[in-house]
Design a binder for this molecule. Sequence first.
Ligand SMILES: Nc1ncnc2c1ncn2[C@@H]1O[C@H](COP(=O)(O)OP(=O)(O)OP(=O)(O)O)[C@@H](O)[C@H]1O
Ligand SMILES: [Mg+2]
Length: 267
Amino acid sequence: MTAPVLSAHRLFKHFGAVTALDGADFEVCEGEVMAVVGDNGAGKSTLIKALTGALVPDSGQILLDGERVRFHSPIDARRHGIETVYQTLAVAPALDISANMFLGREQRRPGVLGSFFRLLDKPAMRTRAAATLRELGITTARSVRQQVETLSGGQRQAVAVARAAAWGSKVVVLDEPTAALGVREAGQVLELVRRIRDRGVAVILISHNMPQVFEVADRIHIHRLGQRVALVRPTDVSMTDVVAIMTGARAGNEGVADADLPHGDGA
Ligand SMILES: Nc1ncnc2c1ncn2[C@@H]1O[C@H](COP(=O)(O)OP(=O)(O)OP(=O)(O)O)[C@@H](O)[C@H]1O
Ligand SMILES: [Mg+2]
């Protein structure tokens, strides 16, 4: 296996009295789907936010391609090729699919029309949005000019995932992308996850759905009480094993011994 494209070492994050991250480690390699599982409140979303610039951890290290990084915002992380679909989905319902895919990255018309009059190059964006959706196998929306508020929940989710897939050159992070979806729509999102992975991008997939995790993940990061307590392959363990580790009924394969160390390493 190659060196991790994105990794974290001993992340801590406190919210008042709550320790959301308690020395969490993380890694994902290119062309790999890393599922992150854990009970409600285990700290999965906090981990993802720390990795993607939505929050700054109190301490700990984050490495991208082996280089120490410190993201101050999701935009900062995006500039480094990390795209995230957060648990609370962010699409602009009043805009069409194409505009949503280019949100914050609008293409201007060539020449003075774009540089001085700031006119958007809508035809170019539509062509590219349509090509991206085709490439990703998203064919349920009739046209990229369709307003997102007229789409079904699953189609909206697909647009958000497609946007991440289109721009995430290194890492695509999906926090519960199938939670609100029907079987068919969830299947489409999982297929999309495979396609992103097959392009060599690292995919981080947070999910409570064990069958889906076992279907698509190359490795599973099991999170409990703010830490990674186990890192396993779905081929080596059963769903029952994973749930037992998640809930603390069984010990994971990583030490919690260093939990007693003083918080922080001066990061
Ligand atoms: N902004 C915040 N302010 C205060 N506490 C927070 C904040 N964000 C998270 N927490 C707390 O940190 C802990 C971890 O929350 P987090 O959202 O990371 O869990 P999660 O594993 O994603 O859970 P779920 O499966 O329900 O999405 C929880 O106890 C939560 O209440
Ligand atoms: Mg969460």
